[in-house]
Design a binder for this molecule. Structure first.
Ligand code: DX5
Ligand code: ZN
Length: 219
């Protein structure tokens, strides 16, 4: 599967958000990672569906990968389906009804993702097999951009890849948090095929240079 690079706009300059999205798309981003934080599930607040409405109006063909760090999830799933999200991912800790929430996402026409925190077991993948299109492994604790990649994540990615292969799953395996030129190759070798990167892209002057370099690590 072609590896995907998804810049996280949490690290963008919000004073010119549309231009930032345009710049990373022109620089070769495959899709845009959209981190939604509620100051409840995580101790931070970011942006919501009206921001996606505006971005979709300007970039109607672009796929947005919505990462919900909110609790409860159900009403936000509905809102982001309405806003045109391509992927919607949820944390199993954020709802009492994970299976039903994944079904709600798919029934609404989006791809369903399950997000595992550093301390969350991979066992949920077997239980939920057949109900998700994306597994997103957190390589930091969710809530903030610009954190350091947790090295044990490589082992978790290997285990997740082995479980997905043993299940015959075609789900994407994503990694999110502290992804940079220093660790993207190891994450790819461990089995990831979808890379979320915020500060390592937006902190550079030339987005194309860093995205090109990332892609060259993935072959
Ligand atoms: C963390 C978010 C990540 C984060 C990635 O809660 O889910 O998507 O914004 O940003 P960096 O790459 O800066 O860790
Ligand atoms: Zn994220």
């Amino acid at each position: 599967m072609k590896p995907l690079i998804a810049p996280s706009i949490l690290a963008a300059d919000f004073a010119q958000l549309g231009n930032e999205v345009e710049a990373v798309l022109e620089a070769g981003a495959d899709l845009i990672h959209f981190d939604v934080m509620d100051n409840h599930y995580v101790p931070n607040l970011s942006f919501g569906p009206v921001v996606l409405d505006s971005l979709k109006a300007r970039f109607p063909q672009t796929e947005f990968d919505v990462h919900l760090m909110v609790k409860p999830v159900e009403s936000m799933i509905d809102a982001f389906l309405h806003s045109g999200a391509s992927y919607i991912s949820i944390h199993p800790e954020a709802t009492n009804h994970v299976h039903a929430a994944l079904k709600r996402i798919r029934d609404g026409g989006a791809k369903a993702g399950i997000v595992l925190n550093p301390s969350t077991s991979l066992s949920v993948l077997e239980e939920l097999h057949g109900n998700f299109d994306l597994v997103l492994i957190m390589s930091v604790n969710p809530g903030f951009g610009g954190q350091k990649f947790i090295p044990e994540t490589h082992r978790k990615l290997e285990k997740a890849r082995a479980i997905l292969d043993s299940l015959g799953s075609s789900a994407r395996l994503a990694v999110d948090g502290g992804v940079s030129l220093e660790n993207i190759r190891d994450a790819w070798r461990a089995g990831a095929d979808f890379f979320v990167a915020g500060s390592s892209i937006f902190s550079c002057n030339n987005y194309k240079t860093v995205i090109d370099k990332m892609r060259s690590e993935l072959s």
